[in-house]
Design a binder for this molecule. Sequence first.
Ligand code: ADP
Ligand code: MG
Length: 700
Amino acid sequence: MRPSLLDPLFAPVTTLPGVGPKLGKLLDKLLGDETRPARVIDLLFRMPTGAIDRRPSASIADAPIGDVATFNAQVTEHRPAPPTKAKAPYRIIVEDETGDVTLVFFHADVRHLLQTLPIGAYRLISGKLELWDGMRQMAHPDRILDPKFAATLPAIEPVYGLTEGISARVMTRISAAAAEKCPDLAEWQDPSFLAKSGFPPFFEAMQALHHPPDLKAIEGDTIARRRVAYDELLASQIALALVRRQQKKQAGRATAGDGALRRRIEGALPFTLTEGQRQALNDIHDDMEKPERMLRLLQGDVGSGKTVVALMAMAAAAEAGRQSVLMAPTEILARQHAERLTPLAEAAGLKLALLTGREKGPGRARVLEGLANGEIAIAVGTHALFQEGVAFRDLALAIVDEQHRFGVHQRLLLGSKGEAVDILVMTATPIPRTLSLTWFGDMDISVLAEKPAGRKPIATKAISLDRYDEVVGAVGRAVEAGAQVYWVCPLVQESDTLDVAAAQERFDALREFFGDRVGLLHGQMPGRDKDAAMSAFVAGQTRILISTTVIEVGVDVPNASVMVIEHAERFGLAQLHQLRGRIGRGSTASTCLLLYKGPLGPVAEARLTIMRETEDGFRIAEEDLRLRGEGEVLGTKQSGSPDWQIAQLETDGDLLAAARDDARLLIERDPHLEGPRGEAVRTLLYLFERDVAIRLLRAG
Ligand code: ADP
Ligand code: MG
């Protein structure tokens, strides 16, 4: 149960003074979601974007011009608009012994002005002060107060981002009210870390952010915000550590095979395994044989041969009489895996089935039955594998291919299956350390460092689109010589429809030259047409496959040896590398043509140069990182951001490793969070809504 101390924070915003149903509705829209209204904590965790200094100047002469000024003055004159000029503003003169200011009101509510600014009254006035024709002027002051109430004007006023329908003033007021509801909580941070970092206590940090005593407390990237960001990182790392611990412990089942099926599959392979593949398989088998749950990342550049490692691991599970799934991020890839792996599985007498959203009717029912009664040893598919209604007799191993396309959510889904499933995640993206921490907490890692022997380097050239005709000629010669060609069409915008239009157009143009040797593949085609296009290309019926980036992930047609990427300047480095990784898989020499439209900006030029210089995925990832900053490397949009409200990878990434280490140490020392710090940490987990992890504590 959530500590009752936190209840005021999780109460609806309407519990705050001055927040009625109308404002509550607006806040719900801004901060709530379908399942719940806006809560006090949502206001607390909405960080200010800046601050206004409303400390009064000593006199009008001292008040800063061109900035927000606050001063005391006496009202001396009202100047209504002349009757002939109805649209002219209403003016009020205020002054002190050092000078005067004209307050300007358009569309004035005169009665209201006579009340708030009667002649002779003293007022505290705050707003943007400007010079107009050499005269001090202020249009529509932000604040006009009777000096009696001067204390109610906060000296420093935090400003928040856009808030539809809610004025800045109201936002500031209710955020301060939210900060007032914040209880003083027992410290969950390690005292020596706190001392070293100079972080204020959580309570003080909240006051500094939303109710700042001075400008220093809020300017720039304040220490208060960093403190709260670190709290959030710690909460998420502790939750990850608990999940991992739980996953590892829960298994209690060793999956140990005798190697017989693996030997039969190896015998059926047209190649021998590389040293790296053997080593990775050893790592995996060691994990599987232990009565703990495996949580391993298999990282290997494009073309390094991860799929066969997956198959061998699944065969090992089958030797123990247990089942496995291989989950691919796209339908196309799932089908390709199934086609590739079926003959090998059959060589070992194993039944492999495909399950995606498209398997329907009796076919689907048969697969579901086979999975439930254990007849099917290996299931290959998309996330449809984890839908409700899919049950296994005895699932031992789940393999996720090309993980960077999956979000945190899917990963949790896997874990929450509740079965003692070993998990292997395969990715071609070398994941920078900070990011792997973010997504996986702490995973074991195997790396396929070398590529299979006999691969020829890919000749990569950058060619201006002006030379399109020459390129078509070269493609024609390659096709005559027996090669197969991928032709990738540009990412026009973040829009599928436009991509498709571009691909369709190129398809039509190239058909003029090559007739029905040209195929087309894009994401908006009906599934059956996609299959047909892909299999025609695999079978060599079509020689040129025009496609959008749907082929980016995983597709494997060894005979394809030419890759044309149109408008290469629009792609990111990682994507170019992935795309190019589709060729260079067979024994013939391969060519990659990067067609660009000049003039190139410096970043695009750097990308193309790097692509020409190297095929090394790790180097490319590093350069990518350098060119565009860490946060984007995995394409946060696709993979789902790590679910932080306050912390940001760009600014707070440096805190991540400390949070991870601290979380690990804490869980080692106090695995059930029972000590005094453990108690405080539970509160932290509730505060950042990572309390699912607390349930794991109870279960374990
Ligand atoms: P990725 O790691 O990108 O998923 P794949 O598993 O698709 O790579 O393998 C790429 C190609 O290399 C496939 O055609 C596969 O059959 C082949 N391959 C895998 N392992 C070896 C090996 N040890 N020797 C030669 N070819 C291999
Ligand atoms: Mg692959």
